[in-house]
Design a protein. Structure first.
Length: 710
């Protein structure tokens, strides 16, 4: 028994240690900010050209698919000419280091199935299929280690060379058959056991089942606990989420994230006929992108595509070196920083922060009158100077809660992106975009989704279904004085049985949405339900659509098609034919003689979006890929005509279900919580309790928290 007890202690301690290592590794990954992506393989020999003609369709690394479909033996013959005698991994590592990058991510295997490493599971690899006969992954891993860089690997989940991976489609988001999944796991074991520490495994494409994504994630963490898993593994299984190719969000993301970008938007692999432009313009463009990503809390993965002979394109080299020169003076404004604390971006440039005392203002445009105004920031300023040039100080003055900064005379131009470092004596604070100030005469305070500050991530099943999720709602609440409250949580059938973590000023308590008082919704007025109208849009994603008042008698701008009136009866479920990545929009007009709430039952397929009078109420996918999903949504209709718009997105089926009905029990649930002490200034938030993934959407459209203010 004593031996068993000691073993249990050892086992639990080991698990805790692994969890801490993974958390520490993730923090290190976040702080590095900037990495080199390398797309290199058989396709590099072709350089975007087939039979003497440029192939302009698609990316050049996918030329096998886009050059009218190359047969396997034809493509294998190209591999027989892949002999990059000028490849020098140390030179590449030193370039990355000089560019200010902290790691390299190399394409171990792209969609074409060709492996840059020696694999026991296919002969279509660098050692066995080319005259080079060397393991490029091994050599690059060793070069990174020699030169003080972390080393990560790109791994394509799809494989155009593996027979069991067929059929394949143009979307590259195809299901992974069992034999292919086993093949992928075998190769991942090779990569994570033969090449030393791997900082991240950058999965790409495919449409795996949730179980397949979990298995690959668990395999990676079992073999290398400190190896980060990219979000393109699918099914929200990544340690960090990944934006679309060359995509830069205009919002902050609460979970770790990354933008993958290429020197050229048109291709990632080498393209011999690619137009370059000037080094100065391209370097400034990519530097601006790096700053935009970092100011929003993300990491930047910038790609080059070496030639088939192994040399780096001189233009790409020079762009990286120019960015590296800027980072040698200004890297303090990038590495290890936290996001811009201000709720609204500035036109003149980007802001990053360090600790509680420093802000960095990177100037991309000359501000009007050479003056920068930082709004609503408290804290005593200690000094403001040009980063790397402490003698070039800036003058400033206080204007209420604003700080007005006059640029130093030495800054004649912002061509080279100068940075101002603003240091505070004892810290600073910036309020969030929304502050809820409770008036002394206010009777009730209500916190709900539509008056919250939203904290985002990226969720979805595969590349074609990624969308912005809300993982936490928060409120900054200002009270006349400290007080104690007894709040009530209010919810509907939609939220019933779920659990949330309610956090008040850093103290968290789990709340189970059950065992509540059932309260009927009063039916105080008359509702008239008009006919349902249909419209169809092809090639859409899950995300929100720009919605303005719709005239169902006219063609809709979003589709260019007229609305089709149906003769469906209320409460009927119908099936609409659909192609992949196609959406049906259903318009329901509701006329009310007075303002009132009503619950509606909505049935959908692979994803659903709901708007009332242009305001978004609900957006989520169907992570388990079931035939249908059901939501109960609270509509707060206003007097007159209301427009309920429902988006039904299809990804995996040949039809989508549709139902909009008020034939659902019109009841709310009220649950009283424990007494809570509030200060004059408070931060409250809620998020899912132990969510299946950090990226899962709250999906709590009707939840609210209320208390009597007096």
């Amino acid at each position: 028994m004593k031996r068993l007890y000691l073993l249990l202690i050892f086992f639990c301690t080991t698990l805790a240690s692994l969890a801490q290592q993974s958390s520490k590794a993730l923090e290190t990954w976040k702080n590095d900010k900037y990495s080199l992506f390398i797309h290199w393989g058989v396709y590099s020999v072709l350089g975007g050209v087939w039979e003497g003609k440029p192939v302009s369709r698609g990316y050049s690394e996918q030329i096998r698919a886009h050059a009218a479909g190359l047969y396997s033996d034809t493509y294998e013959n190209v591999a027989k000419t892949f002999d990059p005698k000028l490849w020098n991994p140390d030179s590449v590592a030193l370039l990355a280091k000089a560019a200010g990058m902290r790691s390299i991510v190399l394409t171990s295997k792209h969609h074409d199935g060709f492996c840059l490493f020696k694999s026991a599971y296919t002969k279509f690899n660098m050692v066995d299929a080319t005259p080079y006969h060397r393991d490029v992954v091994k050599e690059m891993a060793e070069a990174c280690q020699r030169n003080g860089l972390k080393f990560g690997l790109y791994f394509s989940v799809i494989d155009w060379h593996f027979p069991a991976a067929y059929p394949i489609s143009s979307s590259n988001s195809d299901p992974i058959p069992a034999a292919h999944h086993a093949y992928n796991k075998n190769q991942i074991r090779e990569l994570l056991t033969n090449y030393g520490p791997i900082s991240e495994l950058w999965f790409d494409m495919g449409s795996q089942t949730p179980q397949q994504s979990r298995e690959l994630r668990e395999l990676v963490h079992q073999l290398q606990p400190n190896c980060m898993v990219s979000g393109r593994l699918g099914n929200e299984a990544g340690d960090f989420c990944v934006m679309g190719d060359n995509e830069y969000p205009n919002y902050k993301i609460a979970t770790p994230w990354q933008t993958p970008a290429s020197i050229y938007d048109e291709t990632w692999g080498y393209r011999s006929w690619q137009e370059h432009g000037s080094v100065e313009d391209k370097a400034r463009e990519k530097l601006a992108s790096l700053l935009k990503v970092v100011s929003r809390g993300g990491n930047y993965l910038l790609n080059i595509g070496p030639r088939g002979d192994g040399t780096v394109v001189e233009f790409e080299r020079d762009v990286l070196l120019k960015i590296g020169k800027w980072l040698r003076q200004n890297g303090e404004a990038v590495y290890g920083t936290s996001p811009d604390p201000f709720p609204t971006p500035f036109k003149w440039g980007e802001v990053t922060a360090s600790g509680t005392n420093k802000l960095y203002l990177s100037l991309l445009q000359m501000p009007a009158s050479r003056t920068i105004t930082l709004p609503n920031v408290t804290g005593a300023v200690k000094i403001i100077h040009v980063l790397g040039q402490p003698q070039q100080t800036a003058s400033y003055k206080r204007m209420g809660n604003n700080i007005q900064i006059m640029l130093p005379a030495e800054i004649k131009s912002v061509k080279d992106v100068p940075v101002l470092m603003l240091e505070f004596a004892n810290g600073y604070s910036v309020p969030p975009a929304r502050v809820l100030t409770v008036d002394p005469t206010q009777k009730t305070v209500v916190l709900q989704h539509d008056n919250a500050e939203h904290h985002y991530s990226i969720g979805g099943v595969d590349y074609n279904t990624y969308y912005r999720t809300v993982v936490k709602d928060s409120w900054q609440i200002e009270l006349p004085k400290a007080t104690s409250i007894t709040p009530t949580v209010v919810f509907t059938e939609e939220e019933k049985g779920r659990s949330i973590d309610l956090q008040v000023n850093g103290e968290s308590q789990p709340v189970i949405l059950d065992e509540a008082e059932e309260v009927p919704i009063p039916q105080t007025g008359k509702l008239t339900w008009g006919p349902l109208y249909l419209n169809q849009v092809a090639n859409t994603g899950i995300g929100w659509t720009s919605v303005i008042p719709i005239d169902p008698s006219r063609s809709w701008l979003a589709s260019g098609k007229p609305w089709q009136a149906t003769d469906w009866k209320k409460g009927e479920t119908h099936q609409l034919p659909a192609q992949p990545s196609q959406s049906w929009f259903v318009l329901q007009e509701i006329t009310a003689d007075k303002a009132q709430p009503v619950l509606v039952d909505i049935r959908s397929g692979d994803a659903v979006g709901v708007w009332l009078n242009g305001q978004p109420l609900l957006l989520h996918n169907n992570p388990e890929k079931t035939d249908s999903t059901r939501d109960v949504v609270l509509l707060k209709v206003r007097p007159g005509t209301n427009q309920l718009l429902v988006k039904l997105y299809n990804r995996y089926h040949d039809q989508v279900p549709v139902l909009i009905s008020d034939q659902v029990p019109q009841v709310m649930y009220r649950k009283r919580l424990q007494r809570i002490k509030l200060e004059p200034s408070n931060t409250l938030s809620w998020q899912l309790h132990e969510p299946p993934t950090p990226h899962r959407d709250l999906q709590l459209p009707n939840l609210s928290l209320e208390w009597k203010a007096k």
